[in-house]
Design a protein around this ligand. Structure first.
Ligand code: SME
Length: 169
């Protein structure tokens, strides 16, 4: 499995090929009968170790109080609840679009769970009907660490959640 081979961030071409490897790993790892929590937890671990990110996790939609609530993650402890309209996560949720933030200090309303986080990418994750059910948040301790390569690679992985959501629940 690709995620057991250390990620070499010094090779600019490595991230794109690593996403392809992780996609194959993710297809093989999915276990519909285990439910969404087990599958989402494994996907986070796959991404976090496979790409050497600083923080990787899901925030889950909780419509009853208008918040995104911390879900499966890897990395340092994080904020537990984010109002729908706050932060980078809230922005991705309310616009229903992925967002790349090259320098978190320049993003108005960024929620700093830790000062070591320098750049960030957040993608909405949808169920089989296209409704946003959570967001994927990935943080780096390097400025400007995310590009369209990450957005495309992560989107392909999230698309598999959308396809499988009903089987997981
Ligand atoms: N920075 C995020 C909050 C979550 S942490 O980065 C893990 C935001 O502004 O929404």
């Amino acid at each position: 499995m690709a995620h057991d081979i250390p990620y070499d961030g010094s090779r600019p071409d490595h991230r794109a090929s690593r996403y392809l490897e992780l996609m194959r790993d993710w297809e093989a790892l999915q276990d519909a009968g285990a439910g969404w929590l087990a599958n989402a937890s494994n996907l986070v671990a796959l991404l976090h170790r496979g790409l050497g990110f600083w923080w990787t996790g899901f925030y889950l939609l909780r419509p009853t109080d208008g918040t995104l609530v911390l879900g499966p993650f890897q990395g340092p402890v994080a904020c537990t609840r984010i109002p729908f309209h706050k932060g980078v996560c809230g922005h991705a949720y309310t616009t229903n679009e992925a967002i790349i933030v090259p320098d978190v200090d320049l993003f108005p309303g960024h929620i700093a769970c830790a000062s070591a986080s320098k750049s960030e990418i957040v993608l909405p994750v949808r169920d089989t009907h296209g409704n946003v059910v959570m967001v994927l948040d990935v943080d780096s301790d390097q400025l400007n660490d995310f590009s369209e390569v990450d957005q495309a690679g992560l989107q392909r992985l999230m698309d598999l959640i959308e396809l499988n959501w009903e089987n997981w629940n």
